[in-house]
Design a binder for this molecule. Structure first.
Ligand SMILES: *[C@@H]1O[C@H](CO)[C@@H](O)[C@H](O)[C@H]1NC(C)=O
Length: 118
């Protein structure tokens, strides 16, 4: 009788271990805070979620060059150990391409997602 709780406890520990160890590739979303207007300062958000392990590089590029003044939220995770992070920067759209570049161990090449300015 006393075996059952012990067993389910063991199963839980194993399950958490598996979830924690499974690499997951980041999902990337790029969007602005305000409607896009050429020449008007905006905030571009790059929200990256559902990744594991937590080691990640996220940069926002404009015209192919990384922006220096980029802020980021703390790394946080949900109950399945998937991590997420928001990176954002002030950007004034002027026709140059703006994109979010993500480097993660599950990606062979960096994942580059363009900001749709249309
Ligand atoms: C993040 O960037 C640093 C420096 O360029 C690099 O050494 C590291 O491997 C990168 N991390 C990932 C997860 O790609």
């Amino acid at each position: 009788m006393a075996k059952a709780p012990l067993l389910s406890c063991l199963v839980l520990v194993l399950l958490v271990g598996i979830l924690e160890a499974t690499p997951r590739t980041p999902n990337v979303q790029v969007y602005s805070r305000y409607p896009v207007e050429k020449g008007k300062e905006n905030i571009v958000n790059c929200y990256v979620d559902n990744f594991h392990p937590p080691k990640i590089n996220i940069t926002i590029e404009k015209g192919g060059k990384p922006l220096k003044d980029v802020k980021q939220s703390d790394l946080s995770f949900d109950k399945t150990w998937a991590f997420n992070r928001l990176v954002y920067a002030n950007v004034t759209p002027d026709g140059e391409e703006v994109a979010c570049r993500v480097e993660h161990s599950t990606l062979v090449d960096p994942k580059v997602v363009k900001w749709e300015q249309e």
